[in-house]
Structures are given as structure tokens and as C-alpha cells.
Ligand binder design. Structure first.
Ligand SMILES: [Zn+2]
Length: 502
């Protein structure tokens, strides 16, 4: 059995390690070691999953000047190793004006370019780690073609990475013992995360037991402030569940904990997945870099065959979508946060289907593509922005609706502005798609309404969408005069129509 001594203190015998790996989380684990020295017993209670660049090596500890600050580092194999698995290369020292922190050197447009060396064993852990990052964060990972700045995954003697984007080729080194979880951790460094115990407020949550730390490793236990590095806290408290948190026994020289909670107790860490706060933290950290997508307004074609006319005003995103064969039509209103949109869609009676529900969407950072991340009862899942066709689906008869019911507005209405309004009411929610009557080409104007009905009053936000040529938006208050007529009470934004009937 080839043992991954990398994970554990090398002083422990191979035989003992084998037993440990088999009996992890088993009570027998302790029995196995009770006759051994107390030093080893304690170590084996906590599997050390902390990443190390050079697990079997001790480098010469030297002080270097980096980012204008003095840093204690270990020199190993021509690079400076900092906090165990953070690499500073001689090239980076040359570029001393570059930061490697959590507030600078982030990846522009949230795109991390990468390559994987063909000689790296078990590439699946890299694929899995990247898939994890893509599914849990806004970051995109794209295979490098000719980009100057990129992450290169390669075989190494431990697990290590630079912190943040260096601007050139930067290696993530992975020994055979580096798991998918360790790879997720190293990618965390590459996108700019410090270790969780490097928070400037960490002394509120943990004690660092310097007496138990291996000689020359003290520098691994400083906060980013103590090291003079840039950084920020993106979660309110120290997160013991963070994939970036060191375990209680990291760099222990004697099997006693190097980090404990304030009450002296030890704790476990995980290397499985980004924690809830890791995900929120990365989202906050990257908001500055990728926080605003360009205005999305325009025409999108989706993989459900539909035409979508999107209007983006501030953080509000509206659309009207319709299939050219008239089988369905819907409106949507959502809020944009970063590049995520959360909102609701309602089918309207320009089609025949009567669905509604929540949608969660992700927009790419040039607003050319939208992908659905949640909304199982909605057909489309990918929208691509393109030139608006010259000929769009014309006016239709209602696919569903009622008349003579003052409590249900669902119907096709006709207004004195020459428009047909496909209104849908669901509970107190009232939505519509309205467009100037036309038979070919496209309408003079088209708009989406989204609001509520209280008694016989209807309060709406309205916004023109890119099916027509108008570009207004505002509010509307309407009043039901009877079951089949309503009139305008108040308006902002220059809305034409003032009376409706069905
Ligand atoms: Zn690390």
C-alpha cells in the first residue's frame, strides 16, 4: 500500500499511518495508538489536511521585501514559500508593485484562464475543482489560448498557489496526494483568497499557540495586516467551515494544537467544498471587478425557439418573450445583482400556456448571453443576444382569458392608443404585454406592465421593450370602471393609452 505520508506528519511510522487511513472516524483509531507516545496519539486524532508546498522539506527562513513590506518566508527550490502553500516567485519579487491580496489582483471580468500540463496525474481532480468553482460562484474558468495571465496546473511536490492574479503564468502545483478539495483550496488562493485564519480579527475567534509551532513556521500564523498585505473581510466572523481555514494541528511540532478556539478546544476543518460564507465572500470580493454588466436591453433568441425583447433599467430587468408559432408568450421582471437576475415570469394570453414561476438567471459580463440557473417549469435555458429580426410575430387573438369578471383581468384588451394588451392576473398580481397593432414588420411600440390590483385600482410599472421602437418607462395607475373597461388615473413617463376595454 502506497501511503500518502504527505497528509500527515512524516515522523509517524508508515505502519501507523496505514491503520489511520483505514480507521478514519472510527473509535478504534485511538485504541491503536494508546501504546504509542502521547505525541503521536494526539496528532493522529486530527488528520492534517493542510496544504503544504513542500511537505517533506524545511527551507531556509529569510526576510524578503515584497510589496514594500518585510515578509518572513521560507526559501525552497528557488521560490519563496509563505504560509506553507503560498508561493512568491522571483518574478513577482521583481514586480514589487504588484499586490497578491484579496482586494487587488483579482481576475478582470471574473474570467480565470487556465491550462493543465499533460504530465499532471489525475486531471479529473482539476476538472472537478473547476466545475465546483463554476457552479458555486460567478467566476468563469476558460482554457487559455494566448492570454498572458493564466493559472497553470502542474505536478508538484505539494499543493501550492500564488494568491491572486500575478499577471503572468502562475502555477498551481499539485502532488499526487492533493485531493479535489485541496485543489479547490489552491484555486481559492489563485483567485485572491487568503487563509481564513489570516483575517485581521482572527484573535477574536482563535488562539495561536506559538509554542507548538514548528521552528521557522511562525510566519504562517500572521494576519495579512501583520504581513502588510492588502485584504478585507468579506464575511462577518471567522468561518471555521471555510475551505481556506487551517486545522488545529497545522504545522505542529509536537502534536499539540497550533490553533484552538478561544475556549481552548480544537476543531475540525473540511476540504470538500466552498462553505456558504466562502461563496458569499467570493461574490462580494469580485463585485468590484465584475459588479456591473453592460445594459442588457435588446433582442435575444433562446433555445426554446422564442423571441425575447429585454429591457434593462437600473437593476430592473424586464422582458417579453414569445414563440413565433403563438404557442406561448410570457413576461418577466427581475432584479439584477452582480451578474445574477432573480425574478418571476408569467405567461400572458398572446400564447396558450398559463404558467408562472421564479427564474434565476446568470448574465455574462458583456451581456451577450443569459443562462438559466433555476426555474424548472420554464422551457428556455440559454439566451443569446443578436440583431433584432426585421419581421416579428404580429397581433394574435387571445389564447385564454375571461370577460365580465371585475375580479379577473385576464384577457386581451384593446386600448385607445391602438394597442392590444395581453393581460394576466394571478391573485393580486397583474402583468401585461402591450403592442401597437401591426400585421408585418414590427410594432411602433411594445411594452411590459408589472404590478398589482388592489380593489378596483391597478398600479403598474411599465417599460417599453425592444420589439418596438419606443424606449420609455414609468408608472401607471388604472381604475376599473366596470368588468370590461378601465381608465387611466395617473401616469409617469409619457404613456399613450388612457382607456381599455375587452
Ligand atoms: Zn493554502
Amino acid at each position: 500500500m502506497k501511503l500518502k505520508t504527505f497528509w500527515l506528519k512524516s515522523r509517524i511510522s508508515t505502519l501507523v499511518l496505514g491503520a489511520l487511513l483505514i480507521f478514519t472516524n472510527c473509535e478504534k483509531e485511538n485504541e491503536l495508538f494508546t501504546e504509542e507516545t502521547s505525541e503521536e496519539i494526539i496528532v493522529t486524532q486530527e488528520k492534517d489536511i493542510t496544504e503544504k508546498a513542500f511537505p517533506d522539506k524545511k527551507g531556509k527562513v529569510t526576510e524578503i521585501t515584497y510589496q514594500g513590506q518585510q515578509l518572513m518566508v521560507e526559501e525552497m527550490d528557488g521560490v519563496y514559500v509563505f504560509e506553507g502553500d503560498i508561493l512568491i516567485t522571483p518574478e513577482e519579487l521583481q514586480n514589487a508593485n504588484k499586490s497578491t491580496g484579496r482586494t487587488q489582483n483579482l481576475w478582470p471580468n471574473c474570467i480565470v484562464y487556465y491550462s493543465i500540463e499533460s504530465s499532471l496525474p489525475n486531471k479529473q481532480r482539476v476538472y472537478d475543482a473547476i466545475a465546483h468553482w463554476k457552479s458555486k460562484t460567478n467566476l468563469q474558468f476558460i482554457k487559455r489560448t494566448n492570454q498572458t495571465a493564466y493559472v497553470n496546473f502542474r505536478k508538484g511536490s505539494g499543493c501550492s498557489s500564488s494568491v491572486g492574479r500575478t499577471g503572468g503564468k502562475q502555477n498551481i502545483n499539485l502532488a499526487d496526494g492533493c485531493s479535489t478539495g485541496n485543489t479547490i483550496h489552491e484555486i481559492g488562493h489563485a483567485i485572491g483568497l487568503w487563509h481564513e485564519q489570516s483575517r485581521k480579527d482572527r484573535n477574536t475567534y482563535v488562539n495561536i499557540n506559538f509554542a507548538n509551532i514548528q521552528a521557522g513556521k511562525d510566519h504562517n500564523f500572521k494576519t495579512y495586516v501583520q504581513r502588510g498585505e492588502d485584504g478585507d473581510e468579506y464575511s462577518p466572523t471567522l468561518d471555521f467551515g471555510s475551505i481556506m481555514m487551517y486545522g488545529s494541528y497545522a504545522f505542529s511540532k509536537n502534536g499539540m494544537p497550533t490553533i484552538t478556539k478561544k475556549d481552548g478546544s480544537t476543531y475540525s476543518v473540511q476540504r470538500t467544498a466552498l462553505s456558504a460564507w466562502d461563496k458569499i465572500g467570493v461574490s462580494r470580493m469580485y463585485k468590484k471587478v465584475c459588479g456591473t454588466v453592460p445594459n442588457m436591453s435588446g433582442y435575444y433568441k433562446a433555445n426554446d425557439g422564442g423571441h425575447y425583447y429585454v429591457r434593462h433599467i437600473g437593476i430592473d430587468v424586464y422582458w417579453f418573450g414569445e414563440h413565433p408559432n403563438g404557442s406561448w408568450a410570457n413576461i418577466f421582471k427581475g432584479k439584477l445583482d452582480g451578474n445574477k437576475i432573480t425574478g418571476n415570469f408569467y405567461d400572458v394570453p398572446k400564447g396558450k400556456i398559463q404558467g408562472s414561476g421564479q427564474l434565476k438567471l446568470t448574465v455574462n459580463y458583456n451581456s451577450t448571453k443569459i443562462t438559466k440557473t433555476q426555474g424548472s417549469n420554464f422551457g428556455g435555458s440559454v439566451w443569446n443576444k443578436m440583431a433584432r429580426p426585421s419581421s416579428l410575430p404580429g397581433t394574435r387573438t387571445a389564447g385564454f382569458g375571461v370577460r365580465n369578471n371585475i375580479n379577473n383581468l385576464t384577457a386581451r384588451w384593446y386600448a385607445n392608443d391602438g394597442g392590444y394588451y395581453y393581460v394576466r392576473q394571478v391573485g393580486s398580481r397583474v402583468v401585461w404585454f402591450g403592442e401597437r397593432h401591426f400585421t408585418s414588420g414590427r410594432p411602433a411600440w411594445a411594452n411590459v406592465g408589472y404590478g398589482i390590483k388592489i380593489g378596483n385600482n391597478i398600479y403598474l410599472n411599465w417599460a417599453d421593450v425592444a420589439k418596438g421602437n419606443a424606449n420609455g418607462n414609468g408608472t401607471l395607475q388604472l381604475k376599473m370602471n366596470g368588468a370590461n373597461t378601465m381608465t387611466r388615473v395617473a401616469v409617469t413617463g409619457g404613456f399613450g393609452g388612457s382607456s381599455w376595454s375587452r
